[in-house]
Ligand binder design. Structure first.
Ligand code: NAD
Ligand code: DAU
Length: 356
């Protein structure tokens, strides 16, 4: 049966990859994509689905009560998948308020509007076969030492304003489940990489700087560890959780791809140097700069639950995924040029110029 989805934040990195993944995988679906088009949202990310009647784009804010009510009146959504967020840790350190606005209040607005549409006050029951999916992050669990992995029962212990806002949103989602019996899932994923990632994040920033022979800023000693997941594998997991995840459950998503930041940077340099035969791209460009405040040392996900219960597994190992990613950025330099002009230049100066 045809399913109708409200996808929020579908013009951003993971959201746009999800739109592509879903339209390729399922023929009979309707995706209503609500995105505010902040600096991180970009209609160029969705060029490949222009003209596809299974995708409808709506520009708007998840904090907008009337707009979301109207969307629920217009469409009988089966699923709400909330990707929309302010997503960059460094920006949250510089300016936390917008993270509370979008990530906390926006999520609560979305939950409330969804409840209004799906919950019958008289019969005290929910419409059948509906579900709200919150796209969360491993960062809500805090940071790990050298050993251990985050599981679904690891206590929430966020450190940055970003992760605190995401943890708060998770708690509201669970509060709606526990209080009103709302059908929900939460997914917590590790660091994604792949096409369409905005070059404020480590991998595309390093690719973009290297191609211009600009300095490659490595925070602190560069020995922090992230658990990298190719974005398409994340999209596959979200699709599986949406259709088969048990109501009320949290699912961790990760690919056992732990790497130190300095390794990532050196891998990109090596790949670009060889591919472009460019002697100007070398490790001499690396500059160790002042560390991020409160920098989490290590994240690592235990994905056993989603593997065991839903049969998900990541198909793309890091060695393959990084090549696919670099290929994509080299083939889409026009996209990179567009997203790095304008506001990005001011952002970059503000964030990196005085960072010794
Ligand atoms: P992104 O910053 O690339 O995209 C966010 C999108 O949300 C943008 O299109 C933006 O315009 C939109 N948006 C922002 N505020 C909005 C608002 N108020 N109303 C409607 N739209 C709004 O982020 P991403 O990396 O694609 O992350 C998507 C989600 O996945 C986020 O919730 C993030 O916390 C989570 N996540 C990201 C990663 C990662 O590695 N990127 C890992 C785990 C979880
Ligand atoms: O773990 C999931 C999270 O991954 C998501 O929830 C966030 O939305 C996403 O932004 C990401 O957070 P990180 O802070 O881990 O990603 P970022 O790409 O900003 O940084 C990755 C690592 O690289 C981190 O240890 C900081 C470091 N770094 C980052 C930048 C931008 C540098 O050393 N230099 C840089 O210039």
């Amino acid at each position: 049966m045809k399913k109708t989805y409200l996808v929020t934040g579908g013009a951003g990195f993971i959201g746009s990859n999800f739109i592509y993944y879903m339209l390729k995988k399922h023929s009979d679906i309707l995706l209503v994509n609500l995105d505010k088009l902040t600096y991180a949202g970009n209609l160029e990310n969705l060029k490949g689905v222009e003209g596809d009647t299974r995708h409808i784009f709506v520009q708007g804010d998840i904090c907008d009560c009337t707009l979301i009510r109207n969307l629920f009146e217009q469409y009988d959504f089966d699923y709400v998948i909330n990707f929309a967020a302010e997503s960059h840790v460094d920006r949250s350190i510089a300016c936390p308020e917008i993270f509370v606005q979008t990530n906390v209040l926006g999520t609560v607005n979305l939950l409330q509007r969804t409840k209004e549409a799906w919950y019958n006050q008289e019969t005290k029951s929910w419409k059948a076969d509906k579900k709200y999916i919150q796209i969360s992050t491993d960062e809500v669990c805090g940071a790990l030492g050298k050993e251990g992995l985050f599981t679904e029962t690891t206590p929430l212990s966020p450190h940055s304003p970003y992760s605190s806002s995401k943890a708060s949103a998770d708690m509201f989602v669970m509060a709606f489940h526990d209080t009103y019996n709302m059908p929900v899932n939460i997914t917590r994923c590790s660091n994604n990489y792949g096409p369409y990632q905005f070059p404020e994040k480590l991998i595309p920033l390093i690719i973009n700087n290297a191609r211009h022979h600009s300095q490659l800023p490595v925070y602190g000693d560069g020995m922090q560890v992230r658990d990298w997941l190719y974005v398409e594998d994340h999209c596959k997991a979200i699709d599986m959780v949406t259709s088969s995840g048990k109501v009320g459950e949290v699912y961790n998503i990760g690919g056992h791809n732990e790497r130190e930041n300095i390794f990532i940077v050196k891998t990109i340099i090596g790949q670009l140097h060889d591919r472009l035969q460019d002697a100007g791209i070398s490790e001499d460009l690396i500059k160790h700069v002042e560390d991020r405040l409160g920098h989490d040392r290590r994240y690592a996900i235990d994905p056993e639950k989603i593997k065991r219960d839903l049969g998900w597994y990541p198909e793309t190992c890091f060695e393959k995924g990084i090549v696919l990613t670099i290929d994509w950025y080299l083939e889409n330099q026009e996209w990179l040029d567009h997203v790095t002009c304008g506001e990005y230049q001011q952002y970059y100066k503000k964030m990196y110029k005085n960072r010794r």
